[in-house]
Design a protein. Sequence first.
Length: 349
Amino acid sequence: MTVTGHHPGQAAAGPGPRRGTVAEFVADLERATRTGAGQTRIDQVDLTEAAAAAARCAATGRDGDVGAVAARMGGAAAAMTALDLPPGVVEPVSWAGFGALIPVVSGSPGAGASVVAAAITDLLQLAGRCVLLIDAADPARSGLAAAAEAEGPWTSPLTPDLSLRYSWRGQALLARLESTLPVITPGMVPAPPQWLPEVDPLHVTVVDVGHDGWRAAASPLAGAGGWLRLGTPAQRPLLVVRPTRPSLRHAEQVLARLEPWVNVGAATYPYQLVVVGAKRWPAGVVGAAGRRLEPMTETAVFLPHDDDVLVAGVTPELLPDRLLDALAPLLTRWNLLPPPASRSRKAPR
C-alpha cells in the first residue's frame, strides 16, 4: 500500500520575555500561537489549548521551548485548516472513495464511541468487507490506542510535527494520528481526504471522531467536525450515549451546537442513537432528552454491558459476540451486512 501526504510550510516564533502574571504569560503564548498560524485564522479552542500545552512545557522545566511549542501548534492547526477549506459553505463535499461512511460521535465524555466504532469494524471485516477504521482522536486520549496488535510501517506525513500511521486490526486497516506536539486539538485533525489510503476496493470507512462530540460539532468546516460535513453519497453518523440522564443532556447540547450548520445545509445530523452499557432504557432516563434528541431515543440501538471490555477497553482481539450481535441488525438494515445465517466469526484471509 502506498500512502501520500502533504508537506505545508511551518512558521515559528517565540512569545518574548516572561511577564509578571499568569494572564500576561498566557497572552504571550497565544500571540506566539497566532504568529505560528500566520495569516490563517484558527479556532479559539485551538488557540487556548496550544497556549496551555506550551505552558505545561514551562512547568516541566523546558522553558526555552515554550514559544516554539506554541508556534508549532499554531502552524499545525493553520496547515490543517488550509487543507480543509471548502469551496462554499453550502456546497456538499464528495465522500466518493470512502465507501459507506460511518462517523461515530460521542454524545458525552466516556460514552463509548471507540467501542462502537471498533465493533462496527469487527462486524464488517468478519463479513469480508474491506474496512478502514479512522482514529481521529488525540493519541494521548484515544480509545483505540491498543486496537492494533502492532504499529504498522506505513506513514503519511502532513507537517513536520503531524503524520498519519496505518496499521492492521485483524483484516481492517486502522489509521491514527502521530505527532511530536504535546496535544492534538480538534482543529489540528487533518481534513477527511488526507486520511484516504490507496485501497481498492474500500467498502466501508468507520470514523471514531473523538475530541468530545460537543467540541467536534462546533464546525463541520475544519478539523474533527469535518466528518459531519454534508456530502454525497450521504454519510451515516452515529451518536453514542450512556443510559443516564447526564449523558442525554450532554448529547442534546451536541445536537444544538450542530443545528445551525444543519439548517444552512453545511452539516448532517446523526442518523442513529447508540446506547452503550444497557439492554433498554432505565426508568426515568428518556425524560432527560431534549427536543432534538427525543425522537432518536425511540429507535435507539443498545449495546449491552460487558465486564471484559469495561476493564480492558478495545484491544487487538475482536470484540465479544454479544456486542457485535447488538449492532448487526442495524448494519443489515443498511445493506452493509449479509443476513445472519451467512455470517461467520472467522475473519476471511
